[in-house]
Design a binder for this molecule. Sequence first.
Ligand SMILES: [Zn+2]
Length: 125
Amino acid sequence: MSEQHDEGYDEWIDAIDRGEGYALECSNGHGSLPPRRLCPECGDADLEKRALPDSGTLDTYTTIHVATPAFTEDAPYTVAIADFGLARLTGQLRGVEDPEVGMRLAVGVEERKTEDEPLLVFRPA
Ligand SMILES: [Zn+2]
C-alpha cells in the first residue's frame, strides 16, 4: 500500500515544517485543510490561506497498539485531533505521558519510524 499525496498536501506539510502552517477559509468563513479546491461545506471555490495559530487544543486522542504496515515500528503511538480554530488537524501526539483533552499543543513535522515520510506531530506547547 503506498500513500499518494498530491502537491497541495506536500506543499502544506512543508509550510507546517517551516512554522508557516495554514488552513483554507472560504468566503463564508468555513475552514478546511489543503488540498482543497472547493469548500467541503458549501462548495465555494474562493479559498484563502489563513495562518494557523501557534498552538491548538487537544480535542480527542487514541493510542494505537497494533499498527498498519506503514507504522509498524512506530507502535504504540497516539493519534490526536487538535483544534486550531479554523481547522482541526490530525497527527501523532508525542512527548506526553498522560494526554488531557484541552491541553495546548504545537504542531510540527517529524519523521515516522517505519517509513521515510513526513508526519504531522503534536507536542505540548
Ligand atoms: Zn464554505
